[in-house]
Structure formats: C-alpha cells, structure tokens
Ligand binder design. Structure first.
Ligand code: SAJ
Length: 449
C-alpha cells in the first residue's frame, strides 16, 4: 500500500478527512448530515441557490424524519455548510461523494445531464490523493464509461468506488444506519478507504463487490420491488373479480415461509421505482435490453391510476351519483406516506383524469400544497366536508387517525370511501354507513357501464 493511501486512511480513521457532497437532495443532504453527526466536517454543494440558502438558514428543504433537528445541530457545531462553489469545495476536500439525480427523459431514456456536468468539473480540477465516491443510480456501464475517464489522470493518484445509496425517503437517517451498505470497488485500496469511511455512519454489514455488480444490483433491487408491487396490483384486481378481500388473502398466503406478497394501491410513484427498471435496461452508450416482465410490470403499475378512476366512477354510479355533479375530496398528493415528495405520484394522474370529467375536487396533503389542479385545502375536515366521495391516495399518519364516524357526519348523503391504501377497516366503514371501495376489495356490482 502506498504512503498516500496510508495518509488518507488515517485521516478518515481519525475523522480529519474533509468531505464534499455534491448534490443536496433527498440522498445528498441526509448523507452529508450523517457524516457531520459522526464527527466529520462536510461541505455540501448544489447549483440551486434557493436550496443552499434554506439549508444554511436551518430550514429543511423537504419532509424527512428528524431533518429539522439534525440540521439545526449541524449549524451549531459549525462542521457543515452548503455552497454553490464546486471548485473550492472539491479542492479543499479529501473525499468527494456524488449524489446528483439521474432521472429519465420524457422518451424514457437515462437523463445524464447533472452527472455529466459534475464529471466535467471532476475532470478539470486536481483530484490528487482524493477518494471519489458515486452514490447516484447509474445506467450500467456509466462508472467505467463516464466516471473513470473523468477522474483518472496520468499525473494524479486517486481512489474511487461506486457506493449506491439505499436509503428510503422519509426515514433516511435511520436507514443510512441500519441498511447493509454495498461498496463496488475499483481496486482493493479504494474498497478499504470507502469501507473505513462508511463504517463511521453504517451500523450494519458493509458488503464489498466489484463496481460492475454494485451498479446493476442497485437497479435490480428497485426493479425487484416494482415487479413485486405489480404482482400485488394484478392480484388485487383478480381479488376484486373473485369478490374476495386481498388483505385476507395476503394474511393467508404470507403465512407460507417463502411467500411475501406486497400491497396493491393506486400505483407506484417516487423518484426511484418508476425509473430504475428503465435505467437497468438502458446501458451506458449501448443498445436497449428487452425484458417483458420488467416492462409489463411498469405498465401494470402505471395503469393503476386508471383503475382507481374506474372504481370511483363505478362507485358513484352505484350510488346514483355522477362525476360531473359530485364533490370529490382527495387525501394525499405525496407519492407515499409521510413524505412531501410528489414526483411521479399516482395522485397526479388520478386528479387530472377526474378534472377532465369536470368534477369538483378538493385536495389535501399535510406535507405539500401541490394539488395537481384540484382546489387545495389545508384543513383535512374542510377538505372532506360536503363531499360525496372521499378518496385516500396516500397513507399519511394524520389520515390514519381520522374518526370515520365524524367524517360520515360531515359528508353528503350516501358517502363513498375509496380507500386505495387500506387505512380503514371495510367492516367498520360499512357499519358506519360508508360505501367502502378499495383496490383489492369492494362490493361493486359487475358490468356497470
Ligand atoms: N408501494 C406499493 N405497494 C407496496 C410498497 C410500495 O404500492 O407494497 C408504492 C408506494 O406507495 C410508492 C412506491 O411504491 O408509491 C415506492 O415506494 P417504496 O417505499 O417502495 O420505495 P421508495 O421509492 O420510497 O424507495 C425505494 C427503496 N427501494 C427498495 O425498497 C428496494 C429504497 O430502499 C431505495 O433507496 C430508494 O427506492 C432509492 O432511492 O432507490
């Protein structure tokens, strides 16, 4: 092992290595603050000035468990600050961690804009004796085809690994600690340095592998979840046809030691699951790979919002109401429980389709005022008041605490509850006087048109 390697290893071990995190979104910011918590000094870099100002003023830029408190503490101990000045931050750091987004374009191809800009910066600055780590999700082949050519220069020595993020938005800080971490090493020295660093914030196993396997495994993990959710959605629809309750089915099936059915719902949203299966099938600078099961799963999940709209229409018809004259209250625009993120949220498609039928829609979400064209109402009860149909699209904790009896009293006659996330018990809702409909269980008559 070289002297330079030993120097950097020691700096990491005694937490004197200066860390620079590029990209302060839902992955970068919690990662930066986790390293601050463990004793490192960290500089966060982003191109978004508004975001930088919020962070430096201790204002959480998004909903995330304990973010406010952790951000405030990091301001107090002065070991964290955010900046737009990438050159300065890179030059003053020993470790650089890239956490920029790699979304997909409208025609479903990897959008590498942010990563390419970062690579250009990395290519133009001195990276001698630095450890460069990539956490962003990558189309397979990107580490070798884009990252390495940008950082490997003949007159400099640096180390690098692909360390895919695995944190679950909403519970980022705890997940960073408890989820086993993958390190895709470029070579042994790089792997040792990265492991030394991550073991300061991860309490779980650190799994070493090659960067090629790590790149693909990240995408396969999310594809696995997407395909399993598609199966649950399809089985949910089959349950509706057979007139049985998906929840009861899952209770029974999951008693089998090797079966783990997921939950059906209004569709799959967020920044990861709708995208990563496509990254997996679109290698860097290479031809697209075909996969029926992966693409069909994406299609099934993408069609769930249409199914929810059909359930709403059928329920209204059955209660002799129609879309045009009904007031619909929508709870939840965030893509999942207890987050403020609305990216790819199934709520968007559902609300927009309902608006196309010219019905009146009131929308609430305690974590975001995004209403996708419906009338936003901050107060939950005011959202529901006088509505004919209440549709729950996100299972936020606030909604689970609602008193169904009280809701029944403020809604119009023959109230309908479309509970796509199964937060209420069908029997209780039926007994209170709701017409209860969910994905995976309802009493709708067949062939209503
Ligand atoms: N969903 C269902 N049914 C389920 C589970 C989820 O319909 O049984 C829906 C949710 O409502 C949501 C979507 O799927 O709309 C995605 O939610 P999620 O909790 O499955 O995942 P994300 O996107 O918030 O986070 C995922 C996680 N990946 C896996 O669990 C394999 C997380 O660990 C990753 O770090 C993250 O993607 C990422 O950044 O890649």
């Amino acid at each position: 092992m070289s002297v330079q390697f030993e120097e950097l290893r020691e700096k990491i071990e005694i937490k004197k290595a200066q860390i620079c995190i590029i990209g302060l979104g839902q992955v970068g910011l919690p990662t930066a603050l986790s390293f601050v918590n463990s004793g490192f000094s960290v500089t966060g870099v982003d191109t978004d000035e508004e975001l930088i100002n919020k962070i430096n003023n201790g204002i959480p830029p998004f909903e995330e468990e304990n973010l406010q408190e952790i951000l405030e503490n990091s301001q107090k101990n002065k070991r964290f600050h955010a900046t737009t000045k990438i050159e300065e931050a890179i030059q003053n750091s020993n470790v650089i961690i890239v956490c920029v987004a790699t979304p997909i374009t409208e025609n479903i191809r990897p959008d590498m804009t942010h990563l390419k800009i970062v690579c250009k910066s990395l290519a133009s600055y001195n990276l001698n004796k630095k450890l460069i780590l990539i956490e962003s999700s990558l189309p397979p082949g990107t580490f070798e085809g884009l990252i390495l050519p940008s950082i490997q220069k003949s007159d400099e020595i640096c180390w690098s690994c692909y360390v895919p993020e695995r944190l679950v938005p909403g519970r980022a800080f705890s997940e960073i600690k408890v989820a086993p971490r993958l390190i895709g090493e470029l070579n042994t020295e790089s792997g040792i340095l990265a492991k030394e660093l991550y073991k300061t914030i991860v309490n779980a196993e650190i799994v070493l592998t090659t960067f090629r396997v790590a790149e693909i495994s990240k995408l396969v993990e999310n594809t696995y979840r997407d395909v399993n959710i598609a199966l649950a959605n399809e089985i949910g629809i089959i349950c509706e046809k057979y007139g049985i309750d998906f929840n009861e089915l899952v209770r029974v099936c999951n008693s089998h030691p090797r079966v783990n059915l997921h939950q059906p719902g209004p569709g799959v949203g967020g920044p990861c699951l709708p995208k990563d299966p496509h990254l997996l099938l679109n290698p860097f600078n290479s031809e697209q790979i075909k996969s029926d099961i992966i693409l069909n799963s994406r299609k099934i999940n993408d069609e769930m919002p249409n199914h929810v709209v059909t359930l709403i229409q059928r329920a209204l018809q059955e209660k002799n109401k129609n879309l045009e004259n009904s007031l619909i209250s929508v709870l939840g625009t965030a893509y999942k429980a207890n987050v403020s993120d609305v990216r790819n949220s199934p709520s968007e498609k559902i609300i927009k389709q309902l608006l196309d039928f010219s019905c009146k829609i009131k929308v609430n979400d305690p974590n975001t005022d995004t209403s996708f064209g419906g009338l936003y109402e901050k107060n939950i009860l005011k959202t529901i008041e006088k509505s004919d149909l209440l549709v729950i699209l996100t299972d936020h904790d606030e909604y689970k605490k609602l008193d169904l009896q009280a809701l029944r009293e403020i809604m119009n006659e023959n109230p309908i509850l479309v509970d796509t996330k199964r937060i209420f018990d069908k029997k209780i809702a039926d007994d209170i006087g709701f017409f209860y409909v969910s994905v995976g269980h309802h009493n709708l008559k067949d062939n209503i048109n």
